[in-house]
Design a binder for this molecule. Structure first.
Ligand code: ADP
Ligand code: MG
Length: 556
C-alpha cells in the first residue's frame, strides 16, 4: 500500500505501526456507533482506572490512548475544531476516516496524493456554497433556536432533558441579548439534573475561585438587601502587613507595639470601608486575614480572589467602578444590586447577586449526581450555547440528519462531471465520502444504510433538499422534524475533515525526532505519551530513521 515508509516495509508484518491512514480509520470506527440521536455510549477507562460513560465524541477522543503519531495529529485537529465550533466532533472524525479511505483507493489507482488533496479542497469550497444556499436565516426570537440547541445534544441525554436544557439555555441567551459573555455556567455535583436552574444574576463560585467569604456564616436565609458594592482590583492589605517582613523585634514590648500598629492599620482600613457604607467588598486578589475578620465583624461581606470574569461582570452589573486600593474608594466608584446572598450548593457555596441595575447577567446553576455528571452537564449545556450563539449571530441554519451532507454530495458529484482533469476522481470520492453521515445515522437507528441512502437521494432528486434520516431511521423533512444545525457546524466539520485528511495524506514518511538513546529498537516508539501537546521535541532532532516519530507540527 502507498504511504508506508521503507522502514516499515522492511519490518512489515500484518500490522503497520506507522501506516498514517490506519489511526484515522480506527478513530472513525471507534466513534461510529456514537453518532446521532441513537448513538450508543462509550465507557472510557483511563490509565488511573477512572471510568467515564459518555456519548460525547470529544470525551471519547480524550480517553483514547493513541500512540500512533498520525492518530495524535488527527485527534488534536478534531479537538481543536470541536472547541471552536462546540459540536460536530464525531461527524468530523467519521469524515476524516472516510476521506482517508477514499484517498487510499485513489492513490492505489495512481493518483498523486497532492491531486487528491487539491480535489478535496475544491470539493469543500463548493460544499460551503451549497450549504449557504441551503441555509435559512434564524431570528433570535425564533423557536428554531431551541431546535438548534436540542439537535446539538440529542443522544447525550434523553429527549425530554435535551429539550429542557435547550430551552433553559436559549431563554438565558435571549435574556442577555445573545451576548454569551454575559452568561455563565456553574456545575455542582449533588442533586438531580432537574434541580438545575437559571438565575437572573451573577453567581460567584466560593470554592471554584477559591473565594473565601468570612463572616457571612453558612446561613442561606441571610440576604443583604440593596447592599452597596465596592470593587478593589488588587490586594486588600494594610501597610503594616506589607512591611512586616522588615520589622525587627527585640523584646516582647516591641512585639506588642508591632501588633498594636497592625491593629491600628487594620482598623484604619476597615474604617475607610465602613465610612463609605460599603456592605460588600469584592476583591480580585486576596484580603489580609486580619482585615478580613475585622471587615466581617464590622458587617461588611468580604469576597476575595474573585475570578477575573466574575469580577468584571459584577462591576458592570452593579454599575460600579473598580479601584486599585481601598483608599481610592469614593461614592462614584460604588455600585449596588438588589440582593446578595450566600447559597449552599452541593457541598460548596455560591454568592448570588441578583437585581442588577447595570448590565444584565444570567447564570445557569447546573446539577448532577456526581462530579462527572455535573461536569458533563456543563459541557453539554456549553455545546447548546455554542450552537445557539452561532445560529443567532446571523449565520442561518441548515437541516440536520445528514440532509446537508446529501445536498453537498449531489452537488459535488455534479461538479465532478464537469471537471476534466484527474481531480474529478477526488471530487467523486468526496461526494461518496460525505454520505457517511446519513449512512451512519441510518445504521445507528437500526435501518439499512443503503436503502436509506437510496431513499434520501431520490427525495433530494425530487427537490426535497431538507430530507434527512430521522431518529426512527426513516427519511423525512428535517425542518418539520425540528432537526436543524447552524450552517457553520456542517461547513466547519467538512473544512476541518479535509484539512486533517490533507495533513495526513501529504506525509510520505515519518521520521523520529527522538534521540536514539538506549533505544529498544523494535516497535518504533519510545515517546513520552504523558504530556500530550508537545508537537515534536524541539531540541535535538535525532538522526533516528526508525518509524513512529513525530517531527512535525500541526500547523503544517
Ligand atoms: P457530533 O459529535 O458530530 O455532534 P452527534 O452524536 O451529536 O455527533 O450527532 C450529530 C448528528 O446527528 C448530526 O448529523 C445531526 O444532524 C444528527 N441529529 C441530531 N439529532 C437528530 C434527530 N433528532 N434526528 C436525526 N438526526 C439527528
Ligand atoms: Mg453533536
Amino acid at each position: 500500500m502507498a504511504f508506508t515508509t521503507e522502514a516499515t516495509e522492511e519490518s512489515s508484518t500484518d500490522s503497520r505501526p506507522d501506516d498514517p491512514l490506519r489511526p484515522g480509520r480506527a478513530i472513525a470506527a471507534t466513534l461510529r456507533s456514537t453518532l446521532g440521536p441513537n448513538g450508543l455510549d462509550k465507557m472510557v477507562i483511563d490509565r488511573s482506572g477512572s471510568v467515564v460513560v459518555t456519548n460525547t465524541g470529544a470525551t471519547v477522543l480524550d480517553g483514547l490512548e493513541i500512540d500512533a503519531p498520525t492518530g495524535r495529529v488527527i485527534r488534536d485537529a478534531i479537538q481543536s475544531h470541536a472547541r471552536h465550533v462546540g459540536d460536530g466532533t464525531t461527524t468530523t472524525a467519521l469524515l476524516v476516516g472516510e476521506l482517508l479511505d477514499a484517498a487510499d483507493g485513489l492513490v492505489e489507482r495512481g493518483l498523486h496524493p497532492t491531486s487528491v488533496v487539491d480535489g478535496y479542497a475544491r470539493a469543500v469550497s463548493h460544499a460551503r456554497n451549497v450549504l449557504d444556499e441551503l441555509s435559512v436565516p434564524v431570528d433570535p426570537d425564533d423557536d428554531r433556536l431551541r431546535e438548534v440547541a436540542s439537535t446539538a445534544v440529542t443522544g447525550r441525554w434523553d429527549e425530554a432533558s435535551a429539550r429542557r436544557f435547550a430551552d433553559i439555555t436559549v431563554d438565558a441567551l435571549r435574556a442577555v441579548d445573545c451576548d454569551a459573555a454575559r452568561l455563565t455556567l456553574h456545575a455542582y455535583p449533588g442533586g438531580e439534573l432537574a434541580d438545575s436552574e437559571r438565575v437572573n444574576g451573577i453567581l460567584v463560585d466560593v470554592e471554584g475561585s477559591s473565594t473565601t467569604v468570612d463572616g457571612f456564616g453558612t446561613d442561606d436565609r441571610r440576604a443583604l438587601a440593596d447592599p452597596t458594592v465596592a470593587l478593589v482590583d488588587g490586594e486588600v492589605t494594610t501597610p503594616a502587613a506589607e512591611a512586616s517582613g522588615r520589622v525587627t523585634v527585640r523584646s516582647p514590648d516591641d512585639l506588642a507595639a508591632v501588633r498594636e500598629h497592625e491593629r491600628a492599620a487594620e482598623s484604619e482600613l476597615v474604617r475607610s470601608v465602613t465610612d463609605r457604607d460599603v456592605d460588600v467588598l469584592v476583591c480580585q486578589k486576596s484580603i489580609d486575614d486580619g482585615a478580613k475578620t475585622e471587615l466581617a465583624r464590622a458587617g461588611v461581606l468580604p469576597v476575595e480572589r474573585t475570578r477575573r470574569d466574575e469580577f468584571d461582570a459584577i462591576a458592570r452589573a452593579a454599575d460600579a467602578t473598580a479601584v486599585t486600593a481601598v483608599a481610592d474608594l469614593d461614592r462614584d466608584a460604588l455600585g449596588t444590586v438588589e440582593s446578595v446572598r450566600r447559597r449552599s450548593v452541593g457541598g460548596g457555596a455560591v454568592i448570588e447577586l441578583t437585581g442588577l441595575p447595570g448590565e444584565s447577567h444570567e447564570s445557569l446553576l447546573l446539577r448532577g449526581g456526581t462530579p462527572h455528571v455535573a461536569e458533563e452537564t456543563k459541557r453539554i449545556v456549553g455545546d447548546c450555547l455554542a450552537v445557539a450563539r452561532h445560529a443567532a449571530s446571523g449565520g442561518g441554519v441548515v437541516p440536520g440528519g445528514g440532509a446537508g451532507a446529501m445536498a453537498v454530495s449531489r452537488a459535488v458529484a455534479d461538479r465532478a462531471s464537469s471537471v476534466d482533469d484527474r481531480s474529478a476522481l477526488a471530487l467523486e470520492a468526496f461526494a461518496d465520502a460525505v454520505t457517511v453521515i446519513p449512512r451512519t445515522l441510518a445504521r445507528n437507528a437500526g435501518a439499512d444504510p443503503i436503502d436509506a441512502l437510496v431513499a434520501l437521494r431520490n427525495r433530494h432528486h425530487d427537490g426535497e433538499t431538507a430530507a434527512g434520516v430521522a431518529r426512527s431511521g426513516a427519511v423525512r423533512d428535517m425542518f418539520d422534524a425540528g432537526v436543524v444545525e447552524p450552517v457553520a457546524v456542517p461547513a466547519r466539520c467538512l473544512e476541518a475533515a479535509v484539512r486533517t485528511a490533507g495533513l495526513v495524506l501529504r506525509v510520505d514518511e515519518t521520521l523520529d525526532a527522538e534521540p536514539i538513546e538506549g533505544s529498544d529498537g523494535g516497535g518504533g516508539r519510545g515517546h513520552d505519551h504523558t504530556g500530550d501537546d508537545g508537537h515534536g521535541s524541539d531540541g535535538e532532532r535525532g538522526s533516528g530513521g526508525h518509524a513512529g516519530g513525530y517531527p512535525w507540527a500541526l500547523s503544517h
